[in-house]
Design a protein around this ligand. Structure first.
Ligand SMILES: C[S@@+](CC[C@H](N)C(=O)[O-])C[C@H]1O[C@@H](n2cnc3c(N)ncnc32)[C@H](O)[C@@H]1O
Length: 234
């Protein structure tokens, strides 16, 4: 599947941002180290979101292959492996993947995790029962997001769960405020998308192949707002 120019340029910005600009902040946010006020609410929101996404896959994942697309420091991969999955975890950032490797507990029960540095669209990663992408598509515009999810669908047998940044008035304001910061310090823009918009694109593209929309749940916690959407194959 061809990647668009907008996808490739955003991917380059995300690599710089997550591998360098924000790598330390991200390492801290995803650790047990104390964080103050607003970051604590973001961490709590992200913990809730991870549980929601993990609620879209079976409790018993023995024998299943799961792609953690944009794994960051690997928290979701560890939980899936503890349920018995063979997890393939991939992220653009070598720094975050190294950290994920370091943080991986020695005992994963019956599961395992293979970490990779690269693009989650890479067809060479093989086929999966489940694909999960937590907050790794939120920086891509709706058409690119839909293309990535369609690429997942072409390689997934049973289910996909991903998050998007919902279009809310508050987020639009924060988005505007973010643009006041110097260019070099700010994160690549989050691309809010309406649930109806992304659902319509996915249903149009994927329902002929037997996919339909499953669970849908939003988390809003401090400055963290994210919406989980599940696709299931019947
Ligand atoms: C907001 S972080 C979330 C990380 C992790 N899923 C979590 O929830 O802790 C987004 C991650 O997606 C990764 N990412 C973005 N685009 C990607 C792509 N095309 N292929 C692989 N990883 C990607 C980034 O490098 C970053 O680590």
């Amino acid at each position: 599947m061809m990647s668009s120019a907008t996808y490739l340029s955003r991917r380059g910005e995300l690599l710089t941002y997550f591998d360098r600009t924000a790598a330390d902040a991200w390492a801290r946010l995803t650790s047990d180290a104390p964080v103050s006020g607003i970051r604590a609410t973001v961490r709590a929101g992200r913990d809730r979101m991870r549980n929601i996404l993990l609620g879209c896959v079976p409790d018993d994942l023995r024998g299943a292959r799961l792609l953690d697309a944009g794994c960051g420091t690997g928290a979701l991969s560890v939980e899936a492996a503890r349920r018995g999955a063979h997890v393939v975890a991939i992220d653009l950032s070598p720094t975050l993947v190294n950290l994920a490797r370091e943080r991986m507990p020695r005992d994963l029960g019956g599961g395992r995790i293979d970490f990779h540095v690269g693009d989650m669209m890479d067809a060479g990663l093989g086929e999966f029962d489940y694909v999960v992408a937590m907050d790794s598509l939120i920086h891509y515009k709706a058409p690119d997001m839909a293309r990535v999810v369609a690429a997942f669908a072409a390689r997934a047998h049973a289910g996909i769960a991903f998050t998007f940044a919902p279009r809310t008035p508050l987020l639009s304001v924060m988005h505007g405020v973010g643009r006041l910061f110097p260019r070099g310090d700010r994160a690549p823009a989050i691309e809010p998308v309406g649930k109806a918009n992304i659902s319509r694109r996915l249903v149009a593209e994927l329902s002929p192949a037997g996919w339909s929309i499953g669970k849908s749940e939003r988390v809003a916690s401090g400055f963290y707002t994210s919406h989980a959407l599940e696709l299931v194959r019947r």
